[in-house]
Design a protein around this ligand. Structure first.
Ligand code: HEC
Length: 146
């Protein structure tokens, strides 16, 4: 059930980034996970992933879930094209959806979405660039040349 218009449900924190391309980029730069990491939190994320995401994204996040593999544009692999996607963009996309992925803001609390971010990051594996995936990664040795 949605809260009465103009009111806010108890415990609900409004998400300030609107559903726009600009806000998606901003979220990628500035939005950080407010929940402290722990293995228990990541485990909660894994359980949520099994309920809400695995049928499209697949067990390892390769985009080969039963439903995902049949989509005209299957989800990109977390550990591939999405490897360096920053946490803020992961949260933003879980919230609003993207392409054929639907929004999850009415299905999952913010806390649940942030727990999922930790689990998606586990599936991404170690990042190969520090921050924003939309900026081309400089070769690792580019600063070492004189
Ligand atoms: C109906 C299938 C479907 C479901 C369910 C789904 N996704 Fe997706 N997801 C996609 C597709 C397709 C894309 C690629 C969207 C695009 O870039 O156009 C995507 C993209 C993403 C991305 C990359 C976003 C970006 O900014 O490029 C993340 C992260 C993600 N999904 C996480 C999740 C999580 C976590 C869940 C579970 C809460 C989930 N998805 C549920 C299909 C799905």
């Amino acid at each position: 059930m949605l809260p009465v218009s103009g009111t806010i449900a108890r415990g609900f924190i409004p998400y300030v980034y609107p559903n726009t391309v600009e806000a998606y980029e901003q979220a990628g730069l500035y939005l950080k996970n407010p929940i402290a990491f722990s293995e228990a939190v990541e485990k909660d994320g894994e359980v949520l992933y099994g309920k809400f995401c695995v049928h499209c994204h697949g067990t390892t996040g390769a985009g080969d879930g039963k439903v995902g593999a049949k989509l005209p544009g299957p989800p990109p692999a977390y550990n591939g094209a999405l490897k360096n996607l920053p946490e803020g963009k992961i949260f933003h996309t879980i919230t609003y959806g993207k392409g054929s992925m639907g929004p999850h803001q009415s299905l999952l609390t913010q806390e649940e979405r942030w727990k999922l971010v930790y689990y998606v990051q586990k599936l991404q594996g170690p990042k190969t660039v520090a921050s924003d995936s939309t900026k081309a990664a400089a070769p690792a040795d580019s600063t070492k040349k004189h």
